[in-house]
Design a protein around this ligand. Structure first.
Ligand SMILES: [Zn+2]
Length: 1014
């Protein structure tokens, strides 16, 4: 196929200024191939400096953004170095080859230059078949193997545990609760739902009560007395921290002072869930603090970036299995941080054996030797490291920033590059079919790009390009020197090729005017198009070809099911099946085309982000693979229309602004290491697992979360603490190679009560959600639902049999897990997992994507939204943030019983907020906050609070503004009343209430209790 495939677009588009293809073919000089490298010469001098210059009082700088310096070496030629498949591995080979005047490099080198000298058990363990684990996709990115064992095996094992009941002490039986409160005042017409037999995913022999929950309105009832296990796990005498074969001298934080008495036993306070109604804290649920000595804990990694489901690690796998709690990590590794220590160093100190970065939890044997906290190898302290830039003194290695900060970023020396760092490269791929143009999205994208063109992360090397597509692929020649953009059309979509491959991705700085011209005219160019087809697959193939030489980010905007060429799809959704089917079909991809292409992209450091704006089924389960395996992001705007749906347009605009301007890391890899004896296996998120513990992330963004599952391969008997380290190596948009390192230290415990006391219920739920998504795809939705329910049941059985020493009636949970059943019920009612309600397949799949890659903080808002009453805000207990007073209303349970017609209530779901106004809402609120005279004049599609000069308006806006400031994306506000179409969205989050197809919280508790006391 050759140029015969080209045709002119002029006739169809009416865009007269666009040149016909190849009317003026441009011959590019071969030397301009590859990317343009422009490097300020001054940066080279900085790269020689071993350490950052010392400010007066603080020697390493805290950067929000990358400092304007670069350490990479200028490429010697114009052509790209050939790329090994290992592309940008964390350098093991350079470690040997680097010729530095550093004595660390004189030590024996690892045996192989291409494989990590990992001496621990990660690799071997991963090769063993793993039963009884939730499986994600395997490390080669292959399809997951179904694991039918999970739900049932967990349950049956839990029940068999019942035989090993600890000594049973009688306790005065407590009343299960007073009789139902008298007719509770439920002001909302839509709720409560009429009693119906609930559908449980697990067969239950007893019927559920049709009464209102008997525990309502008993807030005044005395709570069960807090009970502490007589074994008092925290009062054991402090044990000497023993390090195998370690000398006594330690300069590190005093591990010898480790004692386990610091944690309050509040975590283990016994809660009878059937009695204690108010389980929510007044504000956000805090992350538990690991039970470590203060001097260690104060150095520990923030739970915002690194969290474990168990903050006390069981000593053995047997103990972990007995606890029936999942063990895993949740990471938000590239989170925007207000303070991030950045260190420039000629050498980065790492363990010679396992390559761990030196961190606050290593121990110094003396001033010249440090011992790795992951593999226990004794390493030499390099000469450089003896100098402490903070104090500008010599001989205090333990005061270096690397030892004082669990989160730190290194600017990597040249050994960390196998090729020159790539420039920031952005390719926009836009659906311009009739359907797409109809939605009006193109104007929003082009305007947003115009507005933010100067804020795209990058430097003088930044490159940009555009592809549009319908039934054909349109390229845009933006080469400097052209008087206007030149459109090149390829109609042969069977064998896609690039016309003028060298002028389609251009230097943004040099060609900015042409880019602006194109963005201004693009929306008009296709207004008259009648082309309805979508050749998405060929457009993606073209993108891959275009981006392969450099790597970078592809942003795809798609509005329908692809219908032409490779990757074309058929609708798989039967709307009639949505509500009735017991199990949901078509959660897995219809073709592996998108996944394969994503893996190709990943190999060339290309990530594909998908924006799906669609009114109809577009098979996100299949299309999403392009982003999932290339470490991209997925955005979904169902029923998008710029005019008809202004709230969604606003969200799209805000999302785009964030997307275009947020920090980005290119050609990244992330490795997670942990102390010998622990093993990391299944990973969750968007990435490709390149080797056992190395995630390939062609792009990394600050809004991406990850989760990993772990097991205990060797008993941790000699250890008091274990550590986890995530190292993210990436190229900044300024072309610097950087390494962000997070290290977390956790205690090892050997009693069940200690394990339970350290349980982090939100992290557990986050991990369970990811595991359940995998299970839905590999087994079935009902399996996943069972597994989640069983997780709650099994852990409470384990608690009852292994921790509780004094039995009492009721459904008992330790205080730290009191929200577990509530959160599990909330998960069961998520769009991802719910049954019996009409849920569009793409909505469900998108919810599953979100569960897999959202950072935990946003995930929890999605699973269990926050509800506040806003019509009676006061300044009592308000926060003062930057001279603004932020009211702090109490968080309410998600039940219509908490609503009142006289009030106005805000529900924060993370990505959206709903302000529901009651029919008899306080007139002051209506006038002073909403600016309307009465209830009926509240507009049905109201999305903004007017800026009124009243105390009430100021308070309300301050609170909502403060909530928004705490997240990186922009939640749209919907002001709704009973007649609003969005009221259903508000009501479906009332997860404590019964719905037509799902249990109320109380009914769910009864089900759990029944299983627990079997
Ligand atoms: Zn080591």
């Amino acid at each position: 196929m050759s140029n015969g495939g080209f045709s002119s677009r002029n006739g169809a588009s009416g865009a007269s200024y666009i040149n016909g293809p190849f009317q003026n073919p441009i011959t590019l000089h071969p030397s301009t191939q590859g990317y343009i490298v422009a490097q300020p010469s001054s940066t080279m001098t900085q790269s020689k400096a071993p350490l950052l210059p010392a400010p007066d009082n603080y020697n390493f700088k805290l950067y929000q953004q990358a400092p304007p310096m670069s350490l990479y070496q200028s490429p010697s030629g114009s052509s790209m170095p050939s790329r090994s498949p290992e592309g940008c591995l964390e350098p093991f080979a350079p470690f040997q080859t680097a010729v530095n005047n550093h004595r660390m490099l004189l030590l024996p080198t690892p045996q192989s230059s291409s494989t990590p000298p990992v001496s621990n058990s990660f690799c071997q363990n991963l090769q063993q078949p793993r039963s009884r684990q939730y499986e994600g996709h395997t490390h080669m990115g292959n399809e997951v193997s179904p694991n039918p064992a999970l739900g049932s095996s967990l349950t049956s094992m839990a029940y068999s545990l019942g035989t090993a009941t600890p000594p049973f002490f009688c306790n005065a039986p407590q009343s299960p609760g007073p009789p139902p409160a008298s007719a509770s005042n439920l002001p909302v017409p839509a709720g409560p739902y009429p009693p119906q037999p609930g559908q449980m995913s697990k067969p239950a022999s007893t019927a559920y009560p049709s009464l209102e929950p008997g525990y309502q309105g008993i807030e005044g009832v005395p709570k069960p007395l807090p009970m502490h296990p007589p074994t008092q796990p925290y009062s054991s005498p402090p044990q000497q921290y023993q390090q195998p074969s370690v000398g006594p001298a330690q300069l590190s934080p005093s591990l010898s002072a480790l004692s386990l008495q610091s944690q309050t036993p509040e975590a283990l306070r016994v809660v009878n869930l059937l009695q204690e109604r108010n389980l929510l804290p007044p504000g956000p649920v805090p992350a538990p603090t690991p039970c470590l000595p203060q001097d260690l804990q104060k150095l520990n990694c923030s739970p915002e970036v690194f969290r474990s489901t168990l903050t006390s690690i069981p000593q053995t796998q047997a103990l972990l299995s007995k606890a029936k709690l999942p063990l895993g990590l949740l990471l938000h590794p590239f989170k925007d941080l207000s303070q991030l220590p950045v260190v420039t160093s000629s050498s980065i100190v790492r363990c010679r054996s396992c390559r761990t970065y030196i961190n606050p939890f290593v121990s110094f044997l003396d001033q010249r030797r440090w011992k790795c906290n992951l593999c226990y190898r004794v390493n030499d302290v390099p000469e450089d490291f003896m100098y402490n830039p903070v104090s500008r003194s010599y001989g205090e290695p333990h005061k270096r920033p690397e030892i004082q900060n669990a989160t730190i970023e290194f600017i990597a020396p040249s050994e960390y590059m196998l090729r020159p760092p790539q420039p920031a490269v952005y390719l926009f791929v836009l659906d311009v079919s009739h359907n797409a143009v109809e939605t009006g999205y193109l104007d929003v994208v082009c305007q947003s790009l115009l507005d933010n063109l100067n804020s795209l992360p990058g430097d003088t090397r930044t490159k940009i390009g555009f592809i549009t597509f319908d039934s054909m692929i349109h390229f845009y020649n933006l080469q400097e020197g052209l008087s206007q953009p030149q459109m090149l059309i390829v109609s042969d979509i069977e064998e896609i090729f690039l016309p003028t491959p060298d002028s389609l991705l251009v230097n943004l700085n040099e060609c900015k005017e042409l880019v602006r011209d194109l963005l201004k005219s693009l929306p008009q160019m296709f207004t008259k198009t009648m082309e309805t087809h979508s050749a998405l697959g060929p457009a993606l193939q073209a993108s891959f070809k275009l981006m392969s030489p450099t790597g970078g980010r592809v942003s795809v905007f798609q509005t329908q099911l692809p219908s032409l060429g490779v990757g074309a799809l058929n609708s798989r959704e039967d709307p009639n099946q949505r509500a009735s089917a017991k199990d949901v079909q078509h959660l897995s991809p219809a073709t592996d085309f998108y996944k394969k292409l994503a893996l190709d992209c990943s190999g060339q450091q290309v990530a594909v982000d998908l924006f799906l704006l669609s009114a109809q089924y577009s098979d996100l389960a299949t299309l999403g693979c392009i982003s999932r395996y290339s470490a991209g992001s997925i955005y979904f705007y169902p029923s998008y229309h710029s005019q008809h749906n202004p709230a969604q347009t606003e969200r799209f605009q805000k999302d785009l602004k964030r997307y275009l301007t947020r920090k980005i890391g290119f050609e990244a890899v992330m490795r997670i290491r942990c102390t010998k004896g622990l093993s990391i296996h299944t990973f969750h998120g968007n990435f490709f697992v390149r080797s056992t513990d190395l995630l390939s992330l062609p792009n990394v963004n600050p809004d991406a979360g990850f989760a990993v599952q772990m097991s205990i391969e060797e008993n941790l008997v000699d250890m008091q603490v274990v550590s986890f380290q995530a190292a993210l190596l990436y190229t900044s948009s300024k072309g610097e190679r950087r390494i962000r390192v997070h290290t977390m230290c956790l205690p090892v415990v050997n009693s069940m009560s200690d394990i339970f006391a350290g349980a982090d219920v939100q992290a557990i739920i986050g991990l369970l959600a990811s595991m359940a998504v995998d299970r839905s795809v590999t087994a079935s939705l009902s399996d996943a639902r069972d597994a989640m329910t069983n997780a709650a049941i099994d852990s409470l059985i384990s608690y009852r049999t292994s921790v509780l020493t004094i039995q009492q009636p009721g459904l008992l949970a330790p205080a730290c897990l009191r929200l577990f059943p509530l959160y599990v019920l909330a998960l069961l009612k998520q769009k991802a997992f719910r049954t019996g309600t009409s849920t569009q397949l793409d909505d469900r799949v998108f919810a599953m994507c979100q569960l897999k890659y959202q950072p935990l903080i946003y995930l929890m808002l999605m699973i269990h939204p926050s509800l506040y009453r806003l019509d009676n805000l006061t300044d009592e207990g308000a926060l003062n943030v930057k001279d603004r007073t932020i009211p702090q209303p109490r968080m309410l349970q998600l039940s219509v019983e908490k609503l009142s017609r006289e009030g106005a209530f805000l529900m924060d779901t993370g990505s959206e907020m709903y302000l529901w106004v009651g029919r008899n809402c306080n007139p002051t609120f209506l006038k002073q906050v909403l600016g309307v005279q009465n209830y009926v004049t509240v507009p049905l599609n109201m999305n903004q609070l007017p800026e009124l000069d009243t105390a009430e308006s100021t308070r309300t806006r301050a609170f909502i503004g403060w909530l928004r400031e705490q997240r990186s994306f922009y939640p749209v506000l919907h002001i709704i009343r009973d007649e609003s179409p969005l009221k259903a969205n508000f009501m479906q989050n009332m997860i404590e209430d019964r719905t037509e197809s799902a249990l109320s919280y109380y009914e769910f508790l009864l089900h759990v209790q029944q299983q627990v006391s079997k």
